[in-house]
Write a new protein. Sequence first.
Length: 541
Amino acid sequence: MAESSLLEIRDLHASFGTGPDEVKAVRGVSFDILPGEAVGLVGESGSGKSVTALSILQLLPYPLAHHPGGNIRFRGKTDAGEVELLGADPARLREIRGNRIAMIFQEPLNSLNPLHSIERQISEVLSVHKGMGREQARSRVVELLHLVGLPDAVERLSALPHEFSGGQQQRVMIAMALANEPDLLIADEPTTALDVTVQAQILDLLKDLQSRLGMALLLITHDLGIVRRMADRICVMHDGEIVERGPAEEVFERPQHPYTQHLLAAEPKGRPDPAPGDGQPLMEADRLKVWFPIKKGVIRRIVGHVKAVDGISLTVRRGQTVGVVGESGSGKSTLGRALLRLERSDGAIAFEGRSIQGLHSKALRPLRSEMQIVFQDPFGSLSPRFSVGQIIEEGLRVHRRGETAVARRDLIGRALAEVGLEPEMQDRYPHEFSGGQRQRIAIARALVLKPRFMVLDEPTSALDMSVQAQIVELLRDLQRRYELAYLFISHDLKVVRALAHYVVVMRDGHAVEQGPANEVFENPTQDYTRTLLDAAFRFRA
Protein backbone atom coordinates (compact mmCIF):
# COMPACT_ATOMS: atom_id res chain seq x y z
CA MET A 1 0.00 0.00 0.00
CA ALA A 2 1.39 3.39 -0.98
CA GLU A 3 2.46 5.49 2.01
CA SER A 4 0.33 8.43 0.85
CA SER A 5 -2.94 6.44 0.46
CA LEU A 6 -5.73 6.32 3.02
CA LEU A 7 -7.63 3.61 1.13
CA GLU A 8 -6.36 1.42 -1.66
CA ILE A 9 -8.61 -0.87 -3.73
CA ARG A 10 -6.95 -3.31 -6.12
CA ASP A 11 -8.61 -5.61 -8.67
CA LEU A 12 -11.83 -5.86 -6.65
CA HIS A 13 -14.41 -8.39 -7.81
CA ALA A 14 -17.88 -8.79 -6.26
CA SER A 15 -20.51 -11.33 -7.33
CA PHE A 16 -23.99 -12.42 -6.32
CA GLY A 17 -24.71 -16.14 -6.55
CA THR A 18 -22.53 -18.82 -8.07
CA GLY A 19 -22.38 -21.03 -11.12
CA PRO A 20 -24.59 -20.22 -14.12
CA ASP A 21 -26.66 -17.80 -12.00
CA GLU A 22 -23.66 -15.72 -10.89
CA VAL A 23 -24.08 -11.96 -11.37
CA LYS A 24 -20.72 -10.20 -11.58
CA ALA A 25 -21.57 -6.81 -10.11
CA VAL A 26 -17.98 -5.51 -9.79
CA ARG A 27 -15.20 -6.63 -12.11
CA GLY A 28 -11.58 -5.67 -11.51
CA VAL A 29 -12.09 -2.24 -9.93
CA SER A 30 -8.98 -0.40 -8.69
CA PHE A 31 -8.56 3.11 -7.27
CA ASP A 32 -6.98 5.00 -4.34
CA ILE A 33 -8.26 7.65 -1.96
CA LEU A 34 -5.75 10.03 -0.39
CA PRO A 35 -6.20 11.68 3.03
CA GLY A 36 -8.47 14.70 2.74
CA GLU A 37 -9.32 13.95 -0.90
CA ALA A 38 -12.78 13.78 -2.46
CA VAL A 39 -13.24 11.04 -5.04
CA GLY A 40 -16.46 10.85 -7.07
CA LEU A 41 -17.74 7.44 -8.17
CA VAL A 42 -20.34 8.01 -10.90
CA GLY A 43 -22.38 5.85 -13.25
CA GLU A 44 -25.90 4.70 -13.95
CA SER A 45 -28.01 2.52 -11.66
CA GLY A 46 -26.69 -1.04 -11.60
CA SER A 47 -23.16 -0.01 -12.62
CA GLY A 48 -21.66 -1.35 -9.36
CA LYS A 49 -21.09 1.92 -7.47
CA SER A 50 -22.93 1.01 -4.28
CA VAL A 51 -21.64 -2.59 -4.31
CA THR A 52 -18.08 -1.21 -4.42
CA ALA A 53 -18.82 1.11 -1.50
CA LEU A 54 -20.49 -1.59 0.60
CA SER A 55 -17.53 -3.90 -0.05
CA ILE A 56 -15.21 -1.46 1.72
CA LEU A 57 -17.00 -1.99 5.04
CA GLN A 58 -17.92 -5.62 4.29
CA LEU A 59 -21.64 -4.84 4.35
CA LEU A 60 -22.76 -6.98 1.42
CA PRO A 61 -25.30 -9.71 2.25
CA TYR A 62 -23.11 -12.78 2.74
CA PRO A 63 -23.16 -15.61 1.67
CA LEU A 64 -25.32 -14.45 -1.24
CA ALA A 65 -22.61 -11.95 -2.14
CA HIS A 66 -18.92 -12.81 -2.22
CA HIS A 67 -15.59 -11.48 -3.45
CA PRO A 68 -13.85 -13.81 -5.92
CA GLY A 69 -10.76 -11.63 -5.75
CA GLY A 70 -9.19 -8.31 -4.84
CA ASN A 71 -7.79 -6.31 -1.94
CA ILE A 72 -9.08 -3.35 0.09
CA ARG A 73 -6.39 -1.85 2.32
CA PHE A 74 -7.03 0.96 4.81
CA ARG A 75 -4.58 3.06 6.78
CA GLY A 76 -6.16 5.49 9.25
CA LYS A 77 -4.57 8.75 10.35
CA THR A 78 -3.67 7.28 13.76
CA ASP A 79 -2.52 3.86 12.54
CA ALA A 80 1.08 2.81 12.23
CA GLY A 81 0.19 0.09 9.76
CA GLU A 82 -2.49 -0.93 7.30
CA VAL A 83 -5.58 -3.13 7.60
CA GLU A 84 -6.83 -5.55 4.94
CA LEU A 85 -10.60 -5.09 5.07
CA LEU A 86 -11.59 -8.02 2.85
CA GLY A 87 -12.02 -10.93 5.24
CA ALA A 88 -11.02 -8.85 8.27
CA ASP A 89 -11.75 -10.06 11.79
CA PRO A 90 -15.28 -9.01 12.91
CA ALA A 91 -13.91 -7.24 15.99
CA ARG A 92 -11.56 -5.21 13.83
CA LEU A 93 -14.36 -4.29 11.46
CA ARG A 94 -16.55 -3.15 14.38
CA GLU A 95 -13.77 -0.82 15.51
CA ILE A 96 -13.50 0.71 12.03
CA ARG A 97 -17.19 0.92 11.06
CA GLY A 98 -18.82 4.16 12.12
CA ASN A 99 -15.62 5.37 13.76
CA ARG A 100 -12.77 5.42 11.25
CA ILE A 101 -14.92 4.89 8.15
CA ALA A 102 -18.54 6.06 8.19
CA MET A 103 -21.24 5.68 5.57
CA ILE A 104 -24.35 7.62 4.59
CA PHE A 105 -26.78 5.19 3.00
CA GLN A 106 -29.03 5.88 0.04
CA GLU A 107 -32.38 5.08 1.68
CA PRO A 108 -32.52 6.63 5.16
CA LEU A 109 -35.83 5.21 6.36
CA ASN A 110 -34.56 1.66 5.83
CA SER A 111 -31.32 2.45 7.67
CA LEU A 112 -32.88 4.03 10.76
CA ASN A 113 -34.46 1.89 13.49
CA PRO A 114 -38.22 2.64 13.47
CA LEU A 115 -38.53 1.85 17.20
CA HIS A 116 -35.81 4.15 18.55
CA SER A 117 -35.71 7.94 18.84
CA ILE A 118 -33.18 9.84 16.77
CA GLU A 119 -31.34 10.85 19.96
CA ARG A 120 -30.88 7.21 20.96
CA GLN A 121 -29.66 6.21 17.50
CA ILE A 122 -27.08 8.99 17.17
CA SER A 123 -26.03 8.64 20.83
CA GLU A 124 -25.36 4.94 20.30
CA VAL A 125 -22.55 5.76 17.86
CA LEU A 126 -21.00 8.15 20.38
CA SER A 127 -21.27 5.80 23.38
CA VAL A 128 -19.90 2.75 21.52
CA HIS A 129 -16.90 4.47 19.96
CA LYS A 130 -16.25 7.47 22.26
CA GLY A 131 -17.56 6.20 25.60
CA MET A 132 -19.66 9.34 26.10
CA GLY A 133 -22.13 9.61 28.96
CA ARG A 134 -25.78 10.49 28.42
CA GLU A 135 -25.54 14.26 28.95
CA GLN A 136 -22.33 14.63 26.95
CA ALA A 137 -23.82 12.58 24.11
CA ARG A 138 -27.04 14.62 24.14
CA SER A 139 -25.09 17.85 23.82
CA ARG A 140 -23.14 16.43 20.87
CA VAL A 141 -26.35 15.13 19.22
CA VAL A 142 -27.94 18.60 19.39
CA GLU A 143 -24.78 20.12 17.92
CA LEU A 144 -24.80 17.62 15.04
CA LEU A 145 -28.48 18.14 14.27
CA HIS A 146 -27.97 21.89 14.11
CA LEU A 147 -24.96 21.33 11.82
CA VAL A 148 -27.05 19.43 9.28
CA GLY A 149 -29.83 22.01 9.33
CA LEU A 150 -32.53 20.13 11.25
CA PRO A 151 -34.84 22.72 12.83
CA ASP A 152 -36.05 22.46 16.43
CA ALA A 153 -33.38 19.86 17.24
CA VAL A 154 -33.82 20.00 21.03
CA GLU A 155 -37.62 19.69 20.82
CA ARG A 156 -37.43 16.70 18.45
CA LEU A 157 -34.80 14.51 20.13
CA SER A 158 -37.46 12.02 21.22
CA ALA A 159 -39.10 11.83 17.77
CA LEU A 160 -39.10 8.58 15.79
CA PRO A 161 -37.81 8.40 12.18
CA HIS A 162 -41.26 8.18 10.60
CA GLU A 163 -42.16 11.55 12.12
CA PHE A 164 -39.69 13.30 9.80
CA SER A 165 -39.90 14.03 6.09
CA GLY A 166 -37.65 12.14 3.67
CA GLY A 167 -35.14 14.97 3.55
CA GLN A 168 -35.08 15.31 7.33
CA GLN A 169 -34.45 11.55 7.69
CA GLN A 170 -31.44 11.89 5.42
CA ARG A 171 -30.11 14.74 7.56
CA VAL A 172 -30.35 12.51 10.65
CA MET A 173 -28.32 9.87 8.79
CA ILE A 174 -25.66 12.43 7.89
CA ALA A 175 -25.47 13.61 11.51
CA MET A 176 -24.97 10.01 12.63
CA ALA A 177 -22.21 9.42 10.08
CA LEU A 178 -20.33 12.58 11.06
CA ALA A 179 -20.63 11.98 14.82
CA ASN A 180 -17.13 10.54 15.30
CA GLU A 181 -15.36 12.71 12.72
CA PRO A 182 -14.23 9.73 10.60
CA ASP A 183 -11.07 9.55 8.47
CA LEU A 184 -13.19 8.51 5.49
CA LEU A 185 -16.84 9.28 4.81
CA ILE A 186 -18.59 7.18 2.16
CA ALA A 187 -21.61 9.11 0.92
CA ASP A 188 -23.96 6.97 -1.19
CA GLU A 189 -26.32 9.46 -2.87
CA PRO A 190 -26.23 11.72 0.23
CA THR A 191 -28.49 14.43 -1.19
CA THR A 192 -30.98 12.25 -3.07
CA ALA A 193 -33.92 13.01 -0.76
CA LEU A 194 -33.00 16.61 0.00
CA ASP A 195 -34.58 19.74 -1.42
CA VAL A 196 -32.31 22.07 -3.37
CA THR A 197 -31.63 24.61 -0.64
CA VAL A 198 -30.73 21.96 1.95
CA GLN A 199 -28.73 20.10 -0.71
CA ALA A 200 -26.59 23.21 -1.09
CA GLN A 201 -26.22 23.49 2.70
CA ILE A 202 -25.26 19.81 3.10
CA LEU A 203 -22.69 19.94 0.31
CA ASP A 204 -21.19 23.12 1.78
CA LEU A 205 -21.17 21.40 5.18
CA LEU A 206 -19.41 18.28 3.85
CA LYS A 207 -16.86 20.46 2.05
CA ASP A 208 -16.23 22.49 5.21
CA LEU A 209 -15.90 19.41 7.45
CA GLN A 210 -13.60 17.78 4.94
CA SER A 211 -11.35 20.83 5.06
CA ARG A 212 -11.46 21.29 8.85
CA LEU A 213 -11.07 17.64 9.81
CA GLY A 214 -8.87 16.46 6.96
CA MET A 215 -11.60 13.92 6.19
CA ALA A 216 -11.55 12.01 2.90
CA LEU A 217 -14.79 11.61 0.96
CA LEU A 218 -15.96 8.90 -1.41
CA LEU A 219 -18.99 10.45 -3.11
CA ILE A 220 -21.35 8.13 -4.98
CA THR A 221 -23.96 9.96 -7.01
CA HIS A 222 -25.79 10.18 -10.31
CA ASP A 223 -25.86 13.99 -10.17
CA LEU A 224 -22.89 15.13 -12.25
CA GLY A 225 -23.32 18.75 -11.18
CA ILE A 226 -22.65 17.74 -7.59
CA VAL A 227 -19.64 15.62 -8.57
CA ARG A 228 -18.10 18.49 -10.51
CA ARG A 229 -18.45 20.81 -7.53
CA MET A 230 -17.33 18.37 -4.83
CA ALA A 231 -14.79 15.89 -6.26
CA ASP A 232 -11.05 16.26 -6.82
CA ARG A 233 -10.94 13.11 -8.95
CA ILE A 234 -13.64 11.10 -10.73
CA CYS A 235 -14.00 7.40 -11.52
CA VAL A 236 -16.72 6.58 -14.05
CA MET A 237 -18.26 3.10 -13.67
CA HIS A 238 -20.17 1.09 -16.25
CA ASP A 239 -21.24 -2.55 -16.06
CA GLY A 240 -19.04 -3.22 -13.01
CA GLU A 241 -15.86 -1.65 -14.41
CA ILE A 242 -14.15 1.73 -14.24
CA VAL A 243 -14.13 2.98 -17.83
CA GLU A 244 -12.61 6.41 -17.22
CA ARG A 245 -10.83 8.21 -14.42
CA GLY A 246 -8.97 11.46 -13.88
CA PRO A 247 -9.10 14.95 -12.34
CA ALA A 248 -12.66 16.27 -12.23
CA GLU A 249 -12.21 19.23 -14.55
CA GLU A 250 -10.34 17.12 -17.10
CA VAL A 251 -13.08 14.46 -17.21
CA PHE A 252 -15.81 17.09 -17.57
CA GLU A 253 -14.02 19.22 -20.14
CA ARG A 254 -12.40 16.44 -22.21
CA PRO A 255 -14.25 13.14 -21.67
CA GLN A 256 -12.58 10.30 -23.57
CA HIS A 257 -14.90 7.31 -23.18
CA PRO A 258 -18.23 7.24 -25.11
CA TYR A 259 -20.07 6.25 -21.93
CA THR A 260 -18.75 9.33 -20.08
CA GLN A 261 -19.85 11.50 -23.01
CA HIS A 262 -23.28 9.84 -22.83
CA LEU A 263 -23.59 10.64 -19.10
CA LEU A 264 -22.62 14.27 -19.57
CA ALA A 265 -25.18 14.70 -22.36
CA ALA A 266 -27.99 13.09 -20.35
CA GLU A 267 -30.27 15.50 -18.51
CA PRO A 268 -34.02 16.09 -18.57
CA LYS A 269 -34.49 18.60 -21.37
CA GLY A 270 -37.22 20.46 -23.17
CA ARG A 271 -40.61 21.56 -21.94
CA PRO A 272 -43.94 19.73 -21.61
CA ASP A 273 -46.34 19.58 -24.52
CA PRO A 274 -48.97 22.32 -24.24
CA ALA A 275 -51.82 21.28 -21.97
CA PRO A 276 -55.18 20.77 -23.69
CA GLY A 277 -56.89 24.13 -24.04
CA ASP A 278 -60.22 22.68 -22.98
CA GLY A 279 -58.84 20.49 -20.19
CA GLN A 280 -61.65 19.87 -17.73
CA PRO A 281 -60.92 19.96 -13.98
CA LEU A 282 -60.09 16.44 -12.77
CA MET A 283 -58.87 16.89 -9.19
CA GLU A 284 -59.81 19.96 -7.15
CA ALA A 285 -59.08 21.08 -3.60
CA ASP A 286 -60.52 24.09 -1.81
CA ARG A 287 -58.98 25.40 1.43
CA LEU A 288 -57.51 22.00 2.22
CA LYS A 289 -56.05 21.54 5.71
CA VAL A 290 -54.06 18.72 7.30
CA TRP A 291 -53.17 19.44 10.92
CA PHE A 292 -51.36 16.93 13.13
CA PRO A 293 -51.92 17.26 16.90
CA ILE A 294 -48.97 17.80 19.25
CA LYS A 295 -49.51 15.82 22.43
CA LYS A 296 -47.62 16.19 25.72
CA GLY A 297 -47.83 14.98 29.26
CA VAL A 298 -48.88 11.71 30.83
CA ILE A 299 -52.44 11.93 29.48
CA ARG A 300 -51.17 13.05 26.05
CA ARG A 301 -53.10 16.32 26.08
CA ILE A 302 -53.20 18.22 22.76
CA VAL A 303 -51.17 21.42 23.20
CA GLY A 304 -50.96 22.53 19.58
CA HIS A 305 -50.85 21.41 15.95
CA VAL A 306 -48.33 20.89 13.17
CA LYS A 307 -50.01 22.61 10.23
CA ALA A 308 -48.61 20.45 7.44
CA VAL A 309 -51.14 21.76 4.89
CA ASP A 310 -52.91 24.97 5.82
CA GLY A 311 -55.66 26.20 3.52
CA ILE A 312 -54.38 25.27 0.04
CA SER A 313 -56.61 25.48 -3.03
CA LEU A 314 -55.62 24.08 -6.42
CA THR A 315 -57.01 22.49 -9.57
CA VAL A 316 -55.42 19.77 -11.70
CA ARG A 317 -56.92 19.46 -15.18
CA ARG A 318 -56.97 16.55 -17.64
CA GLY A 319 -53.68 16.31 -19.50
CA GLN A 320 -52.01 18.82 -17.13
CA THR A 321 -49.02 18.48 -14.83
CA VAL A 322 -49.02 20.53 -11.64
CA GLY A 323 -45.57 20.68 -10.08
CA VAL A 324 -45.34 21.09 -6.30
CA VAL A 325 -41.98 22.32 -5.02
CA GLY A 326 -40.63 23.42 -1.67
CA GLU A 327 -38.22 22.44 1.06
CA SER A 328 -38.41 19.25 3.11
CA GLY A 329 -41.23 19.48 5.63
CA SER A 330 -43.12 22.12 3.64
CA GLY A 331 -46.13 19.78 3.26
CA LYS A 332 -45.70 18.66 -0.37
CA SER A 333 -46.10 14.92 0.24
CA THR A 334 -48.88 15.46 2.78
CA LEU A 335 -50.80 17.48 0.18
CA GLY A 336 -50.50 14.65 -2.35
CA ARG A 337 -51.66 12.01 0.14
CA ALA A 338 -54.57 14.19 1.27
CA LEU A 339 -55.84 14.60 -2.31
CA LEU A 340 -55.97 10.81 -2.62
CA ARG A 341 -57.73 10.49 0.74
CA LEU A 342 -54.71 8.70 2.21
CA GLU A 343 -54.46 11.39 4.90
CA ARG A 344 -57.31 12.79 7.00
CA SER A 345 -58.03 16.38 6.08
CA ASP A 346 -60.51 19.24 6.25
CA GLY A 347 -61.74 21.20 3.27
CA ALA A 348 -63.27 20.21 -0.05
CA ILE A 349 -61.81 17.57 -2.39
CA ALA A 350 -63.52 16.73 -5.68
CA PHE A 351 -62.65 14.22 -8.40
CA GLU A 352 -64.36 14.91 -11.75
CA GLY A 353 -66.73 17.29 -9.97
CA ARG A 354 -67.79 14.67 -7.42
CA SER A 355 -66.97 15.30 -3.77
CA ILE A 356 -64.82 12.50 -2.36
CA GLN A 357 -64.04 14.07 1.01
CA GLY A 358 -66.84 12.30 2.87
CA LEU A 359 -66.79 8.96 1.05
CA HIS A 360 -66.23 5.81 3.09
CA SER A 361 -63.47 3.43 1.99
CA LYS A 362 -65.90 1.04 0.29
CA ALA A 363 -67.42 3.80 -1.84
CA LEU A 364 -63.96 5.17 -2.59
CA ARG A 365 -62.46 1.83 -3.70
CA PRO A 366 -63.77 1.88 -7.33
CA LEU A 367 -62.02 5.25 -7.79
CA ARG A 368 -58.67 3.98 -6.52
CA SER A 369 -57.70 2.58 -9.93
CA GLU A 370 -58.25 6.08 -11.39
CA MET A 371 -55.97 7.70 -8.78
CA GLN A 372 -52.52 6.23 -8.16
CA ILE A 373 -49.39 7.27 -6.29
CA VAL A 374 -45.67 6.63 -6.63
CA PHE A 375 -44.08 6.96 -3.18
CA GLN A 376 -40.79 8.67 -2.40
CA ASP A 377 -39.04 5.63 -0.91
CA PRO A 378 -39.26 2.76 -3.42
CA PHE A 379 -37.70 0.07 -1.21
CA GLY A 380 -39.98 0.84 1.73
CA SER A 381 -43.09 0.64 -0.47
CA LEU A 382 -42.18 -2.70 -2.12
CA SER A 383 -42.80 -5.83 -0.04
CA PRO A 384 -39.58 -7.88 0.29
CA ARG A 385 -41.64 -11.08 0.52
CA PHE A 386 -43.21 -10.68 -2.93
CA SER A 387 -41.65 -10.93 -6.37
CA VAL A 388 -41.88 -7.88 -8.62
CA GLY A 389 -44.61 -9.61 -10.59
CA GLN A 390 -46.67 -10.29 -7.45
CA ILE A 391 -46.25 -6.66 -6.30
CA ILE A 392 -47.53 -5.24 -9.59
CA GLU A 393 -50.20 -7.94 -9.95
CA GLU A 394 -51.81 -7.02 -6.63
CA GLY A 395 -53.51 -3.97 -8.12
CA LEU A 396 -54.68 -5.97 -11.14
CA ARG A 397 -56.27 -8.56 -8.87
CA VAL A 398 -57.98 -6.01 -6.60
CA HIS A 399 -59.46 -4.15 -9.56
CA ARG A 400 -60.07 -7.31 -11.62
CA ARG A 401 -57.87 -6.45 -14.58
CA GLY A 402 -56.66 -9.40 -16.65
CA GLU A 403 -58.91 -12.45 -16.62
CA THR A 404 -56.15 -15.06 -16.37
CA ALA A 405 -52.69 -15.33 -14.84
CA VAL A 406 -51.22 -15.33 -18.37
CA ALA A 407 -53.07 -12.13 -19.26
CA ARG A 408 -51.93 -10.43 -16.04
CA ARG A 409 -48.34 -11.53 -16.65
CA ASP A 410 -48.50 -9.91 -20.08
CA LEU A 411 -49.84 -6.64 -18.60
CA ILE A 412 -47.07 -6.68 -15.98
CA GLY A 413 -44.41 -7.29 -18.64
CA ARG A 414 -45.68 -4.37 -20.71
CA ALA A 415 -45.70 -2.07 -17.68
CA LEU A 416 -42.08 -3.00 -16.89
CA ALA A 417 -41.06 -2.45 -20.50
CA GLU A 418 -42.64 1.03 -20.41
CA VAL A 419 -40.28 2.04 -17.59
CA GLY A 420 -37.19 0.54 -19.20
CA LEU A 421 -37.01 -2.87 -17.50
CA GLU A 422 -37.09 -6.36 -18.99
CA PRO A 423 -40.46 -8.19 -18.72
CA GLU A 424 -38.62 -11.25 -17.32
CA MET A 425 -37.55 -9.21 -14.30
CA GLN A 426 -41.01 -9.75 -12.77
CA ASP A 427 -39.76 -13.08 -11.41
CA ARG A 428 -37.08 -11.37 -9.27
CA TYR A 429 -37.38 -9.72 -5.84
CA PRO A 430 -36.90 -6.05 -4.86
CA HIS A 431 -33.57 -6.60 -3.06
CA GLU A 432 -32.05 -7.84 -6.32
CA PHE A 433 -32.38 -4.40 -7.93
CA SER A 434 -30.49 -1.14 -7.58
CA GLY A 435 -32.18 1.92 -6.04
CA GLY A 436 -33.00 3.40 -9.43
CA GLN A 437 -34.43 0.12 -10.72
CA ARG A 438 -36.66 -0.17 -7.62
CA GLN A 439 -38.07 3.28 -8.33
CA ARG A 440 -38.91 2.21 -11.88
CA ILE A 441 -40.74 -0.83 -10.48
CA ALA A 442 -42.78 1.48 -8.23
CA ILE A 443 -43.71 3.59 -11.26
CA ALA A 444 -44.69 0.44 -13.21
CA ARG A 445 -46.98 -0.63 -10.34
CA ALA A 446 -48.88 2.66 -10.65
CA LEU A 447 -48.95 2.68 -14.45
CA VAL A 448 -50.27 -0.87 -14.87
CA LEU A 449 -53.83 0.22 -13.96
CA LYS A 450 -53.75 3.07 -16.51
CA PRO A 451 -54.98 5.72 -14.04
CA ARG A 452 -56.19 9.18 -15.03
CA PHE A 453 -54.63 11.02 -12.08
CA MET A 454 -51.24 10.23 -10.58
CA VAL A 455 -49.44 11.70 -7.60
CA LEU A 456 -45.72 11.36 -8.29
CA ASP A 457 -43.87 11.90 -5.01
CA GLU A 458 -40.19 12.42 -5.91
CA PRO A 459 -40.37 9.70 -8.61
CA THR A 460 -36.96 10.53 -10.11
CA SER A 461 -35.04 11.28 -6.91
CA ALA A 462 -33.24 7.90 -6.89
CA LEU A 463 -32.58 7.80 -10.64
CA ASP A 464 -29.41 8.69 -12.51
CA MET A 465 -29.52 11.51 -15.06
CA SER A 466 -30.00 9.43 -18.19
CA VAL A 467 -32.84 7.42 -16.60
CA GLN A 468 -34.39 10.67 -15.31
CA ALA A 469 -34.51 11.87 -18.90
CA GLN A 470 -36.10 8.58 -19.98
CA ILE A 471 -38.73 8.74 -17.22
CA VAL A 472 -39.52 12.38 -18.04
CA GLU A 473 -40.02 11.43 -21.69
CA LEU A 474 -42.07 8.37 -20.65
CA LEU A 475 -44.36 10.51 -18.47
CA ARG A 476 -44.77 13.03 -21.30
CA ASP A 477 -45.60 10.24 -23.75
CA LEU A 478 -48.16 8.63 -21.41
CA GLN A 479 -49.74 12.00 -20.79
CA ARG A 480 -49.89 12.65 -24.53
CA ARG A 481 -51.52 9.28 -25.28
CA TYR A 482 -53.91 8.95 -22.34
CA GLU A 483 -54.48 12.59 -21.29
CA LEU A 484 -53.13 11.76 -17.82
CA ALA A 485 -53.06 14.38 -15.08
CA TYR A 486 -50.06 14.51 -12.74
CA LEU A 487 -49.39 16.10 -9.38
CA PHE A 488 -45.59 16.06 -9.60
CA ILE A 489 -43.85 16.57 -6.23
CA SER A 490 -40.12 17.15 -6.44
CA HIS A 491 -37.16 19.06 -5.05
CA ASP A 492 -35.44 18.84 -8.46
CA LEU A 493 -36.57 21.99 -10.22
CA LYS A 494 -34.85 20.98 -13.48
CA VAL A 495 -37.18 17.97 -13.72
CA VAL A 496 -40.20 20.07 -12.69
CA ARG A 497 -39.38 22.60 -15.41
CA ALA A 498 -39.27 19.81 -18.02
CA LEU A 499 -42.67 18.42 -16.98
CA ALA A 500 -44.93 20.98 -15.29
CA HIS A 501 -47.51 23.28 -16.88
CA TYR A 502 -48.39 24.89 -13.54
CA VAL A 503 -46.28 25.23 -10.38
CA VAL A 504 -47.21 25.54 -6.71
CA VAL A 505 -44.44 26.67 -4.34
CA MET A 506 -45.01 25.50 -0.76
CA ARG A 507 -43.51 26.68 2.50
CA ASP A 508 -44.62 25.75 6.02
CA GLY A 509 -47.91 24.32 4.75
CA HIS A 510 -48.85 27.37 2.66
CA ALA A 511 -48.78 27.99 -1.08
CA VAL A 512 -46.54 31.08 -1.15
CA GLU A 513 -46.62 31.32 -4.94
CA GLN A 514 -48.40 29.55 -7.78
CA GLY A 515 -49.00 30.10 -11.44
CA PRO A 516 -48.08 28.93 -14.96
CA ALA A 517 -44.65 27.26 -14.96
CA ASN A 518 -43.02 29.73 -17.35
CA GLU A 519 -44.07 32.69 -15.22
CA VAL A 520 -42.87 31.14 -11.95
CA PHE A 521 -39.51 30.09 -13.41
CA GLU A 522 -38.83 33.24 -15.41
CA ASN A 523 -40.37 35.92 -13.18
CA PRO A 524 -40.80 34.68 -9.60
CA THR A 525 -42.51 37.20 -7.36
CA GLN A 526 -41.39 35.82 -3.97
CA ASP A 527 -37.90 35.87 -2.45
CA TYR A 528 -38.38 32.27 -1.31
CA THR A 529 -39.03 31.11 -4.88
CA ARG A 530 -35.94 32.97 -6.09
CA THR A 531 -33.87 31.25 -3.38
CA LEU A 532 -35.09 27.82 -4.53
CA LEU A 533 -34.29 28.59 -8.16
CA ASP A 534 -30.82 29.93 -7.33
CA ALA A 535 -29.99 26.81 -5.32
CA ALA A 536 -31.36 24.46 -7.99
CA PHE A 537 -29.43 25.77 -10.95
CA ARG A 538 -26.05 26.31 -9.29
CA PHE A 539 -25.24 22.59 -9.60
CA ARG A 540 -25.39 22.28 -13.37
CA ALA A 541 -22.84 19.86 -14.85
